[in-house]
Design a protein around this ligand. Structure first.
Ligand SMILES: N[C@@H](CCC(=O)N[C@@H](CS)C(=O)NCC(=O)O)C(=O)O
Length: 245
């Protein structure tokens, strides 16, 4: 299956175009035949959205290709054998997976960007700390339990209880974020960073669970601010149109 369409980010206003050459998944599949441009494999509205937003924030020359997930014949399996997005294919054929690696890698393509911080700085560690927390405690450790209870128990009668446990984990995991956002606009410092590019997607998604997650008003305001960013609007519009970046 090929993605429906794709476009590219740009550097200094100059768009670049390229044809993807996906040739083979190789054992651990971290190397593939070279790509003529860096390519992000993403899925509509998935956690890959954070990386998609960073590409627009920084105007990076990265092609964004939308793939299906949860579909056995999807192109993503030829890029990442786990079938998960995001996956970032580099020009030399290396495939990077995991948001915790991809987000910093993209930001470092623009040294000195306010989206990240200098190597060795406390701010850089704090940004990575938030990404790690959101990735493990919120996404994998709680949201996935609430959203995909069938992955945690083969017993269909246990689904509701598993889902409830997921929401309990979410409430506990979100509490420190809510406290933080009650007095700060961003996760780190006074500016939007790659941690916000990543968490904003989850903050928005959580608004669909107002009954299960009452309160969290600071989180809601944060999600609204995220939605107003040009980069978020651009990435969302392209994903809605199934055009991607
Ligand atoms: N730990 C990975 C998780 C990636 C992940 O779970 N992606 C989801 C979309 S939000 C996915 O591709 N799911 C497809 C599947 O599990 O089959 C990361 O943070 O990058």
């Amino acid at each position: 299956m090929r993605p429906k369409a794709s476009t590219l980010g740009s550097v200094d206003g100059q768009a670049t175009f390229a044809v993807t050459a996906v040739c083979r998944a190789n054992g651990g599949a971290s190397m593939m035949k070279g790509f003529s441009v860096m390519e992000l494999f993403a899925a509509k509205g998935a956690c890959s959205f954070g990386a998609h937003v960073v590409i627009h924030e920084l105007g990076l020359p990265v092609k964004v290709t939308l793939v299906g997930i949860g579909q056995p014949r999807s192109l993503i399996y030829r890029i990442n054998p786990l079938g998960k997005v995001p996956a970032l294919a580099l020009k030399d054929g290396t495939v990077l997976t995991e948001s915790s690696a991809i987000l910093p890698f993209l930001a470092d393509l623009r040294p000195g960007t306010p989206l990240f911080a200098a190597a060795g700085s406390i701010e850089r560690a704090q940004i990575q700390s938030w990404i790690g927390y959101i990735n493990s405690e919120i996404h994998a450790g709680a949201l996935r339990v609430a959203n995909r209870p069938e992955r945690f128990s083969g017993d269909s009668t246990a689904r509701d209880a598993t889902r409830d446990a997921g929401f309990a984990l979410l409430k506990a995991g979100l509490a420190p974020i809510e406290q933080h956002l009650a007095i700060h606009d961003y996760l780190v410092g006074d500016r939007f960073t790659i941690a916000d590019a990543y968490f904003g997607l989850f903050a928005g998604r959580l608004q669909h669970f107002r009954d299960e997650l009452p309160g969290f008003s600071a989180l809601k305001r944060y999600a609204d601010r995220y939605d107003e960013r040009f980069s978020v609007r651009a990435a969302r519009m392209l994903e809605e149109l199934e055009l991607a970046a």
